[in-house]
Design a protein around this ligand. Sequence first.
Ligand code: M6R
Length: 364
Amino acid sequence: DKGNHRHFMQKEIYEQPVVVAQTLKSYLRRLENQVAMPDMDFDLTAIHRVTIVACGTSFYAGMVAKYWFERFARIPVDLDVASEFRYRDPVLEPGGLALFISQSGETADTLAALRHCKANGQTIAVVVNVPTSSMAREADLLLPTHAGPEIGVASTKAFTCQLAVLAALAARFARVRGLMSAEDEAGIVEHLAEAPAGMNAALGHDEDIEAMAHLVAPARDVLYIGRGPDYPMALEGALKLKEISYIHAEGYAAGEMKHGPIALIDDKVPVIVLAPSGPLFDKTISNMQEVQARGGRVILISDAAGIAAAGEGCMATIEMPAVHPLIQPLVYAVPVQLLAYHVAVLKGTDVDQPRNLAKSVTVE
Ligand code: M6R
């Protein structure tokens, strides 16, 4: 049931504050100000390496998680898409945790990669949305997302719920490895708990974003750029746009622009820049200015301070609330989802059932 929404995707975008809160409920102990994890029958302190494997949007959640695991827990992370990982003969040493991320829990390549890791002595953890799925059944550690059924082929709420679980796991890892004080953990809990409100504030810009869709819909190519965790968010924004609007879109690490893609820039290629205030802001903005100097037309997604500092000369800006860096990816997911959605609606595509795509890719 779509309720009063036109498409399942739209409904699922709007459900995010609620389902992320629902998911966080099982990973945060608010009274004790601690992260909560299901019981583990292995020793998390003995894990020396994490291998993250997934496909599509779930892979981008894994890419964000790599930044977090490395930064907070100082644990080495290997990351790959399942279709490459399973055929590249990866080095899997004892003491490794293999982490699989999947909405459906049935994606063929991810499941095959899981079985390969299991056969090679890895401890298996899964972040899945379908608790009865094959991946859920075969895991040593099941970390469910509570997004509820996701019907739209384009993944939205499952993604942000995955991010919520992965952030909590990063904090737990950091804590058991002695890299995070109880006080810092309490801070993380506070910030994560603010994510639903941040996402709600982002949803408040839906009408502006809908108006902006006219700027993007006529384009043949669109670029998305960001740095740090906003790099995977750029990839995710581009994937959302291409899968439902059929416009060619690419996500790039902002610093890679001058290594090739900037050659594409002219006034017909909209560039979506994800640049929250923070240590990487100036660097991203200088890449944005290089685009503008070549006639590129920019939509800047940032917070009020970022827009005040760099918004002039942009074709449009989308203002996000100023939130803690840890929850930025959850909040910035919303505008890129909404932009893709409104462009697709303008183009009249089948938003929930885009051509050539299946909700769950159970064949190779
Ligand atoms: O069920 P999974 O999370 O394993 O699915 C992975 C991808 O097939 C999926 O995320 C796909 O990329 C979506 N259509 C993206 O919106």
